[in-house]
Design a protein around this ligand. Sequence first.
Ligand code: C5J
Length: 221
Amino acid sequence: MATISAQPYDYPLPTEGQIALVIIDMQRDFLEPGGFGESLGNDVSLLQAIVPAIQKLQAAFRDRGWPIIQTQEGHSPDLADCPPSKRERGGSGLKIGDPGPMGRILVIGEPGNGIIPELAPKPNEWVITKPGKGAFYNTGLDELLRSHQITHLLFTGVTTEVCVQTTMREANDRGYECLIVEDATESYFPDFKQATLEMIRAQGGIIGWTATVDQVLAGLG
Ligand code: C5J
């Protein structure tokens, strides 16, 4: 059986079923000044560093014709899908729905809500818009994956301990074999990223596996 060298042990590639690359929330709102991430008081420049790593994986999956799923955290313009608790949370800066330098903060269709141009999806690739941190909450993601016999998911994107980890836990509970790519995910808080990777692979991989981009590419062959 083909595997990816990973922690806490080798990640078995599917013999039946299909593997997909999941790219979480690589949006201007999180990576560029003037968006949601910065409005919460974060230094957004840290997140730019993983763009080349995700591009490598995106290219590898595109070359093989394998599925790529991107997610976008965003709310409808009337904020009907944004609980007041979420809108009110945060610092003293701009809140969800407020006008900002890239349009309304975290609102679908606004320039700041889009995926960064360096990772723009191709027309045949899937984009899931999600109102929550987890990509399975109030979306059709599970149905989409099952209808394409996808059983294995490689996770990338931002932020490691919020939307990436939440989605990976949701996927794990639904029976998907999950691996997070260590150098293709990032947090505003380096310690939180490290802790997340460790808690995912602890206890024999209680949530899943971790591996580097190079280990993934070597394993895919
Ligand atoms: C956050 C995300 N951090 N994509 N969203 O609010 O992790």
